[in-house]
Design a protein around this ligand. Structure first.
Ligand SMILES: Nc1nc2c(c(=O)[nH]1)N[C@H]1C(S)=C(S)[C@@H](COP(=O)(O)O)O[C@H]1N2
Ligand SMILES: [Mo]
Length: 387
């Protein structure tokens, strides 16, 4: 089953639960309503159907945020989105080992203690699923503080041999996959070129927001590739394998593969690409009102290239500068805020666009390449509200 099917089922299930939530809302509002300052209210988006509900985390299920409720810079571990394709394997910390194998001078094996005794560092990294988009109102996103050790350092200890081409990261989670009519057992895995793997920011993380990496997020250790879509961040990591061929497993070669029309040396062609670095993207997710003052908020995610500006446009008005949360770091998400001073009663369309320091502007729907797949939905995302 692919992510889209799963998510659609989630949405349906959520819709069925609506009555129950509404009934309890009267008595326990704090459980249902987002965190708001006193006197502040959420202005409803008219593009979000009343049936859209976000359920609690359930074992094995996809989980997404209600982006209208994002108020904190770091996402709680309990609410950080969840995507896993082969279930959530139980791993015992004491018997867990990470092997480094293949074209290396020294095959290595680490226990959790070994890794934690290394040179530990911390960084803020936000990411989204490559399948995130408008159908979940961008809910497959999160931002956290991670601690772990450098991947490059471990690969240097192992000593990558000449001729090595790719490094494959295997998770402990496996499933039977039918490939060409044959049932074969496959582990979740993703690969990086040697060059990409050696980027100094790549991390083997064992801590998330000050806590041991939670079971659902890949306990005890996951890979983090800052600036890349979530799929690169292999959870429940058990093996790192260096090889001299391209790794062509499902999540590199078949799923998380975008098919789009491109000009290739003057010829128009349909081209596949594996989902890698995050595209330049912003989205409005939340509008609040307090004492007649309106505030439009949203997020930006990209590959870590510094930003020049984020702008918001109301109806047919001019693009106006929004303010980026000054806490933002290179690979964190960037939350933005726009004070909408002259809001008038009625229906409005709101849109945001982000520009990086190289002058790249988030694409409009007209500028998006023709695509066959929902992967990499980074287009300017129009929202509608009623005041
Ligand atoms: N082992 C393993 N790692 C995985 C996956 C998986 O199915 N198995 N899913 C990937 C995908 S598609 C995403 S978007 C992120 C989600 O990470 P999170 O659940 O911690 O948010 O994990 C990635 N790592
Ligand atoms: Mo994903």
């Amino acid at each position: 089953m692919d992510l889209e099917d799963k998510s659609r089922r989630e949405v349906l299930k959520g819709a069925l639960g609506t009555g129950l939530l509404a009934a309890s809302a009267a008595t326990v509002p704090s459980l249902v309503l987002p965190v708001l300052a006193q006197g502040e209210r959420l202005v409803p988006f008219t593009d979000v159907p009343d049936t859209f509900q976000v359920g609690p985390v359930r074992p094995g299920a996809t989980h997404y945020l209600d982006t209208r409720e994002i108020t904190s810079y770091f996402t709680d571990n309990d609410d950080f989105y969840l995507v896993q394709h082969y279930g959530q394997p139980e791993i015992d910390n004491d018997s867990w080992r990470l092997k480094v194998t293949g074209l290396v001078d020294n095959a290595l094996e680490f226990s959790l203690q070994d890794l934690m005794g290394g040179d530990v560092s911390e960084q803020q990294v936000g990411f989204e699923c490559g399948g995130n988009g408008r159908r979940l109102f961008q809910g497959l996103i999160g931002n956290a503080r991670w601690r772990g050790v450098s991947l490059a350092n471990i690969l240097e200890q192992a000593g990558i041999q000449a001729g090595a081409k790719e490094i494959v990261f295997f998770g402990a989670d496996t499933a039977m996959e039918e490939i060409r009519g044959r049932e074969v057992e496959k582990a979740f895995a993703r690969s990086l070129s040697v060059e990409d793997a050696m980027r100094p920011e790549n991390m083997l993380a064992f801590e998330m927001n000050g806590e041991a990496l939670p079971h659902y997020h890949g306990k005890p250790v996951r890979l983090l590739v800052p600036g890349w879509y979530g799929v690169a961040n292999v959870k429940w990591l058990t093996q790192i394998h260096v090889q001299n061929t391209r790794y062509m497993g499902r999540f590199m070669g078949r799923d998380y593969v975008t098919l789009k029309k491109e000009i290739v040396g003057g010829e128009e062609r349909w081209v596949e690409n594996s989902v890698t670095m995050m595209n330049l993207k912003s989205s409005i997710i939340r509008v609040t009102e307090m004492a007649g003052r309106y505030r439009i908020q949203g997020f930006v995610l990209n590959d870590g290239t510094p930003l020049r500006s984020i702008e918001v446009k109301v109806d047919d008005g001019p693009w106006e500068r929004a303010e980026i949360n000054p806490r933002s770091t290179k690979y964190s998400w960037k939350l933005f805020n726009y004070e909408w001073t002259n809001a008038t009663p009625g229906e409005h369309t709101l849109i945001s666009r982000v520009t990086d320091i190289n002058g790249n502007v988030q694409l409009t729907p007209e500028q998006m390449p023709e695509k066959v797949s929902f992967w990499e939905d980074f287009v300017q995302f129009e929202r509608t509200i009623r005041i």
